[in-house]
Design a protein around this ligand. Structure first.
Ligand code: IDP
Length: 139
């Protein structure tokens, strides 16, 4: 059954470049309600667990290093068709392939440092949201 929530992170590069406000404005203007949100920093153990599906990939070490080097904004977002609509809003993994106007096209530098995360399924949205937030932090 489809749910109406997704999970996002504004990644360290987006925070470093001062893009939190602009990206959250775009997310809100696109009809997403913020259900949970915080500024936090992933530990190496956190990032290795969060991205465990990629642990055999050649870029895994680089990905863990990137995702732990500074704070991120973690958030749970609500909207009808949230997972698919948010993936459309952020654009392709590689910003060079992302559609005009998408968050990655506007704010990402490379396939590795691509500004924002969006869950790829309802099941992963629930798992990833619970990874970062307790029930009392969701509204
Ligand atoms: P997604 O974030 O668009 O769902 P995934 O394939 O799940 O893309 O990859 C997770 C993250 O790993 C990407 O967002 C990006 O930060 C990083 N990544 C993916 N492919 C590469 C690559 O070829 N080189 C370096 N980093 C990559």
């Amino acid at each position: 059954m489809a749910t109406n929530r997704t999970f996002t992170m504004l990644k360290p590069d987006a925070v470093e470049k001062g893009h939190i406000g602009a990206i959250l404005e775009k997310i809100s203007a696109s009809g997403f309600r913020i259900v949970a949100m915080k500024l936090t920093q992933m530990t190496k153990t956190d990032a290795e667990a969060f991205y465990a599906i990629h642990n055999e990939r050649p870029f895994f070490g680089e990905l863990v290093e990137y995702m732990t080097r500074g704070p991120i904004v973690a958030a749970i977002l609500e909207k009808d068709n949230a997972v698919d609509d948010f993936r459309t809003l952020i654009g392709a993994t590689n910003p060079a392939d992302a559609a005009e106007g998408t968050i990655r096209k506007l704010y990402a530098a490379s396939i590795g440092e691509n500004a924002v995360h969006g869950s790829d399924s309802d099941g992963n949205a629930a798992i990833e949201g619970a990874f970062h937030f307790s029930g009392r932090e969701m509204f």
